[in-house]
Every structure is written in C-alpha cells, then in structure tokens.
Design a protein around this ligand. Structure first.
Ligand code: ACO
Length: 325
C-alpha cells in the first residue's frame, strides 16, 4: 500500500511581532520589509516556550486529525535547527510529553528543508514495513538565535511548529516522488558559528555574537530561486506529472519574491499556491507543515489533488516532494 499523510496539525505562539514593532527596534520600515520580503508580522514564542513545546502542541493536533493515539506511533522525527538543547533530542522530549512509549525518536538537521527530509525518511521506513505510523514534526524557535539589533536578519524570522502523521493510504493516493539535495560548499552562507565543537561557547564568542544566526542574504536568495524551480521540476518528472497537473504548491515561506519566482518557473497562478509568509515570516522547518495544515483547515486540499512541496535552507540543502492527497 502507498504511504501518505493521515493527519496534520500546527501551532503558533500567541505573541505577534509586527513590522511597526521592528521599526521601534532597528533602523527599518514597513515599506522596506513588505516590498523586499512580503512579511508583515511573525509569531514569537513566550519566554517559557521552547521548540519541544511548540512541537508537542502541533503533534497533539496531528494525532487527533489522524485518529490515532500516541502509543500507536512507531517513530517520531523532529526537524529543527533550534532544539531545546544539544541532547537529548527534541524528538525524545516530544515522545515523553506525548506518552508515545512505543516510538523511537530522533532529530534531523537540514534547516528549512528539514521537514521534507523528515517526510522522505518516514515514508521510507513505512514503505519498507519497518514502521506503521510515523510522526514528522517541523519546529523552530528562530527568535532564540536571532540578533534583534541586526536589521538584515531580525525582520525575517518567526517561531512555530507543524506536524503530520504518516501511514498507509489507499491505492492511488500518497507520496509519488522525493528529491533531496545538499551543497555543503555553501554552508557558510547561512550558519551559527559558535556553540558547537568547532567554536565552543565562551564569553568571547557571545560578545562576538557567534551564537546568533548569520546569513548572506543575497547569495541565499539566488540559490533559493534556482533550486526551488529545479527541485520542483525534478519531482514532477519523477512522478510523471506535468506543471499544469499541480493543484497546490506549498513552498517554503522565506520571501514572497522567492515564491513568485518559483510560481513563474512552474507557470502557476498565485491561487494555486499557499502563501502565509506575510503572517509568520520564515519559520524554517515549520514553514511547510504549517502552510500544509492551514491549507487542510481551510478546505483548500481535496482528495485526489496533486500537491508539490518544495523548500531550501541552510546546509545548503533543498528538498521537494509530490503527493496525491
Ligand atoms: N530595513 C531597511 N533596510 C535594510 C534592511 C531592513 N530590515 N535590511 C537590509 N537593509 C538594507 C541593506 O543594508 C542594504 O543597504 P546598502 O545597499 O546600503 O548596503 C539594502 O537594504 C539592500 O540590501 P539587499 O541585500 O540588496 O536586499 P535584498 O533585496 O537582497 O533583500 C533579503 C534582502 C530580504 C534578506 C533577501 O536577500 C532575501 O530574502 N534573501 C534570502 C533569505 C532567505 O531565504 N534565508 C533563508 C534562511 S532560512 C534558514 O535556513 C534559517
């Protein structure tokens, strides 16, 4: 039997950080942010919330939607670059909180592409017959690694989590193709330099702000425009679908201009694309599953629809997938 998505869920922290709020924090303005990125506001985790809390809330909803209980889960994969701590993994923290006592658990690090990497892993385990139900979560609390004195980055990011439960689905439905890619030569374009084994945290690394996300925005932009189009085209071809067959495109939500470039290349009108970057900013691994969960909630996804997921991120990494809903 094919493998597909049995249920989706999402969680967004309450607090909104608007462009007007940012105008009071750094030398920026609403017009610049909207015209360059399409972002109007983002959600920011409360001080007591960490990535596992966001992931847990989204997971509860995904389990409910899938109609299974936590003890029926065989594996939990959390895609994140902002784990609660180095170890234990955030997936283990979520496993404990859900009471998913039969599930194995691990984190996956592929930045904004992490959710698609997670789907590919999970569907492989199910297709092989190793596992029946796998929870895949994309969760990030980017506000904790963002320098709110740096206008180049602080306007871009937000916090959130999205989750899906994967399992067997009837013939004719489910995942049709995956493409995962990486180019480590671009790793320095998007990174956190400090805090790891290369440059352990010290008072000096903190003073030098090496615990914050660093980004070369222009180069990442060019890379993103290139791989979003090519990865989507590759998964379409693998699945035997044409561009015109796409019912819904769910791209990573980093910048409206990157999304528009992908739409142009795929010859798709904007109404065939889920866009929520205006309300959430870039939530890294959470962007695609939150957009998917919203599309499901809004009734934009119907049985038999052909959906393309596509994302890019730090690593550099990229990933795409086609699903028949
Ligand atoms: N407000 C006002 N001015 C600003 C701001 C701001 N918030 N930020 C930068 N500027 C200035 C710059 O200083 C620069 O000024 P200068 O020309 O005097 O030096 C000017 O605006 C133009 O900067 P550009 O780099 O040309 O702006 P660009 O059009 O490239 O947009 C942006 C910048 C939005 C960052 C874009 O490059 C982008 O979206 N890049 C991709 C980002 C991305 O997708 N990152 C993924 C990260 S995901 C992950 O893995 C966590």
């Amino acid at each position: 039997m094919p493998v597909g998505i049995l249920g989706t869920g999402k969680y967004s922290p309450e607090r909104r950080l608007t462009n007007q709020d940012l105008e009071a924090m750094v030398d920026t303005n609403d017009e610049w942010i909207v015209s360059r990125t399409g972002i109007r506001e983002r959600r920011i985790a409360a001080p007591h919330e960490a990535t596992s809390d966001l992931a847990y809330e989204a997971s509860v909803k995904a389990l409910e939607a899938a109609g299974i209980t936590a003890d029926q889960l065989d594996l939990i994969i959390v895609a994140t670059i902002t784990p609660d701590m180095f170890f234990p993994s955030t997936a283990c923290l979520v496993q404990e909180r859900l009471g998913a006592k039969n599930a194995a658990a691990f984190d996956l690090s592929a930045a904004c592409s992490g959710f698609i990497y997670g789907l590919a892993n999970a569907s492989g385990f199910i297709a092989m017959g190793t596992y029946k139900h796998v929870l895949v979560v994309g969760a990030d609390t980017l506000s904790r690694i963002t320098d709110y004195t740096d206008r180049n980055t602080c306007v871009l990011f937000g916090d959130g989590a999205g989750a899906v439960v994967l399992g067997q689905v009837p013939e004719g439905r489910g995942f049709r193709s995956f493409k995962l890619g990486a180019d480590g030569s671009g790793g320095n374009l998007l990174c956190i330099r400090g805090g790891g084994s290369r440059l352990p945290s010290t008072a000096q690394t903190v003073a030098d702000k090496h615990h914050f996300l660093y980004m070369n925005g222009r180069d990442v932009f060019k890379f993103a425009v290139r791989v979003m189009g090519s990865a989507a085209e590759e998964v379409l071809e693998q699945a035997g679908f044409a561009k015109q067959d796409i019912d819904l495109l769910i791209p990573h939500q980093a910048n409206i201009r990157i999304i528009q470039a992908a739409l142009e290349r795929l010859e798709l009108p904007e109404e065939k694309c889920v866009i929520n970057v205006d309300r959430y900013g870039n939530m890294s691994a959470a962007s695609i599953p939150v957009a998917l969960a919203e599309a499901v909630e809004q009734g934009r996804v119907k049985e038999g629809d052909k959906i393309v997921l596509v994302g890019f991120g730090g690593g550099l990494t990229w990933g795409a997938s086609t699903i028949v809903w």
